[in-house]
Design a protein around this ligand. Structure first.
Ligand SMILES: [Zn+2]
Length: 152
């Protein structure tokens, strides 16, 4: 079998033998590999021949087993990450509620707490006392004042 053409490139036979896996001697394999390493034209021809070759199908698909492993790993990550956090929260809440610190106690209101009507009544009383003080002041002034001097 000829490996090289007259112009120095690989023959179609050699490329077909290489892609089909035909038995080649060690020297021919070495020459083919060396030529494909530096010749872009023959590398492109080899790639085109490879693209036309039928693709191998796997005897057993790994899709189902991969999905099963991904699901199992997701469940493991979820449980290890969030179950520990949830257990910590439950433990903390149990401790807080069990000790009584967390119970909600409303403040006790005094029985005699002031109301709005009490405030108004106190306001009226203080206003009345202030007005009576003012009246007493002016009454005192009028008593001390000398009689009217209109007669002069
Ligand atoms: Zn070439």
């Amino acid at each position: 079998m000829e490996i090289f053409r007259h112009d120095g490139h690989l023959t179609n036979e050699a490329l077909a033998a290489l892609t089909s896996g035909a038995p080649l001697d060690e020297t021919a394999r070495l020459e083919l590999a060396e030529h494909l390493a530096y010749c872009d034209l023959c590398l492109q021809r080899y790639t085109d021949v490879l693209a036309l070759a039928p693709l191998l199908t796997a005897e057993r698909s790994c899709q189902e087993s991969l999905w099963r492993r991904i699901r199992a790993r997701t469940v493991r990550i979820f449980t290890s990450r969030y179950a520990a956090a949830a257990a910590g929260v439950v433990l903390a809440l149990t401790l807080v509620w069990g000790s009584g610190y967390g119970s909600i106690r409303l403040p006790e209101l005094p029985e005699d707490r002031p109301t709005v009507s009490d405030g108004l009544r106190k306001w009226n009383e203080s206003l009345d006392s202030a007005m009576s003080g003012v009246n007493e002041f002016f009454d005192g002034l009028s008593r001390q004042a000398p009689p009217a001097q209109g007669g002069k």
